[in-house]
Design a protein around this ligand. Structure first.
Ligand SMILES: [Zn+2]
Length: 286
C-alpha cells in the first residue's frame, strides 16, 4: 500500500466518556507500523483528565511535545489542546506550549471541550496567528464558523476534521469552505456511501482537491477502513497519493521546510497483538 501521513490523531485518554478510550504514543506507533502510516501530526485527546484544570492540559501538551522531540521524523508537528473553561489561563498555556515546547497551534473539539467555535476562541487564535501556525478544528454543526475564522485569521492554516462523516457535513463543507485558501480538510471517519453524491470523487470535485488529506482519528476509529476507501476509490493514482501523503507533506513543509517524509521501517517500542491494536465494535476501536 502507498504510504499514508496522518494529520488527525490523538494521544492520551478521553475520560469523559464511558468506557474511557485512549492511546499512548507507543501504541499509536504500533498502529502506524501495522497500517502503513509513516508520519503524523499529533494532537492531545479532547475530554482528557481535568481534575487539576489547566495543569492537566499542560501535561497532555507536554506528552505530545515529548513525542515530537523524541521522533521528529515521524512526528514533525504537534498541537496543543484548549478548553474553553480555562479562558485566559488556557491562552497562557497555549502560548507556553508553542514557545517553550515547540507546538505549532492547537486542536479543539467543541462537544468535548465546551467550545461553540465562536468568539471565545479568538484570544487562542491570536496566539497561533502570531506564529503563523496550525489549527485542527472539529466541526460544531456547520463549517461556517471555521470559514469565518479562516477569513479573520488569514495567517493560520486550518484543518477541518473529518469533513465528510455524513452527507450533511460533506455538502456543508463544500458550500462554506471550498474556495478559502487557508482551509484544508481531512477525511477521518469517512464511510463508503452507496450514493455517489457524497463519495470521495465528489468530495475531491467539490473542495480544493490538493488540500484533502488522510486522517485516522485514532484512537477512536479503525482507520484502515478509510485507507481502503482511498485505495478502492474511482480516482487516479496521483489523486490517491495526494490524499494519502502528498497534501500532508506540502502542509507540513509549509511550516517545517527542512522536513523529509521518513522512508525506513517504523519500529514501535513495544509489540502489540493485533487484538490490542484493532479490537473494535463496528468501526469503533475499543
Ligand atoms: Zn479528532
Amino acid at each position: 500500500m502507498r504510504p499514508y501521513i496522518d494529520v488527525h490523531c490523538h494521544i492520551g485518554s478521553t475520560v469523559s466518556r464511558s468506557p474511557s478510550v485512549g492511546q499512548s504514543v507507543g501504541r499509536y506507533m504500533a498502529r502506524m507500523a501495522s497500517a502503513g502510516v509513516t508520519a503524523a501530526i499529533l494532537s492531545p485527546t479532547a475530554g482528557g483528565p481535568q481534575a487539576h484544570g489547566v495543569r492537566d492540559t499542560r501535561r497532555q501538551n507536554e506528552e505530545v511535545a515529548r513525542a515530537c522531540q523524541a521522533f521528529p521524523d515521524r512526528f514533525p508537528l504537534g498541537l496543543a489542546g484548549v478548553e474553553v473553561r480555562h479562558e485566559g489561563a488556557g491562552v497562557d498555556e497555549l502560548r507556553r506550549a508553542m514557545m517553550d515546547d515547540g507546538l505549532v497551534g492547537f486542536m479543539c473539539h467543541p462537544a468535548l471541550s465546551g467550545h461553540s467555535l465562536g468568539a471565545e476562541l479568538h484570544p487562542f487564535l491570536e496566539v497561533v496567528a502570531e506564529g503563523s501556525g496550525l489549527c485542527l478544528l472539529h466541526q460544531a454543526g456547520s463549517t461556517a464558523n471555521i470559514a469565518a475564522y479562516a477569513r479573520r485569521f488569514p495567517t493560520i492554516i486550518f484543518i477541518i476534521g473529518h469533513v465528510s462523516m455524513n452527507r450533511q457535513t460533506h455538502d456543508d463543507a463544500i458550500r462554506q469552505c471550498a474556495d478559502i485558501a487557508n482551509v484544508w480538510y481531512d477525511i477521518a471517519q469517512k464511510p463508503t456511501p452507496d450514493e455517489p453524491e457524497w463519495g470521495l470523487p465528489h468530495l475531491l470535485g467539490g473542495l480544493a482537491a490538493d488540500r484533502v488529506m488522510f486522517g485516522s482519528d485514532a484512537p477512536y476509529y479503525d482507520f484502515r477502513l478509510v485507507q481502503r476507501l482511498v485505495e478502492d476509490a474511482d480516482i487516479d493514482h496521483t489523486a490517491k497519493d495526494g490524499i494519502a501523503h502528498g497534501a500532508a507533506t506540502r502542509l507540513i513543509r509549509s511550516l517545517l521546510p527542512e522536513w523529509e517524509p521518513p522512508t525506513g521501517a517504523l519500529h514501535p517500542p513495544q509489540r502489540y497483538t493485533d487484538d490490542e491494536m484493532w479490537a473494535a465494535r463496528g468501526p469503533r476501536l475499543l
